[in-house]
Write a protein that binds this ligand. Sequence first.
Ligand code: FES
Length: 98
Amino acid sequence: MWTKILDKAPKEGTMASFEVEGKKLFATLNNGELYCADNRCPHEDIELTLGCLKNNRIVCSLHGFSFDLATGHSSDEDVDCLKTYPIKQENNEIYIQL
Ligand code: FES
């Protein structure tokens, strides 16, 4: 089931954080593609939106590990992958699938 999360897409290169069904998530528009993922670093409990976007990855502000926005793959094999979610735009509104 698709859940509406935003009235419009985030601006290119920015992140929007929100909560759905008790999950803290973020959405971003990066190089023209929408992405959605948990807003919690799999390494330690810190919001990933405190970090930055670089080369289609989100870089955690605490220790600098990064995660692929599309697949969630971690830059360090000892750190779990980031959970990502399907996201789409319909009539300007943004929806995700948990
Ligand atoms: S808490 Fe994010 S890389 Fe360590």
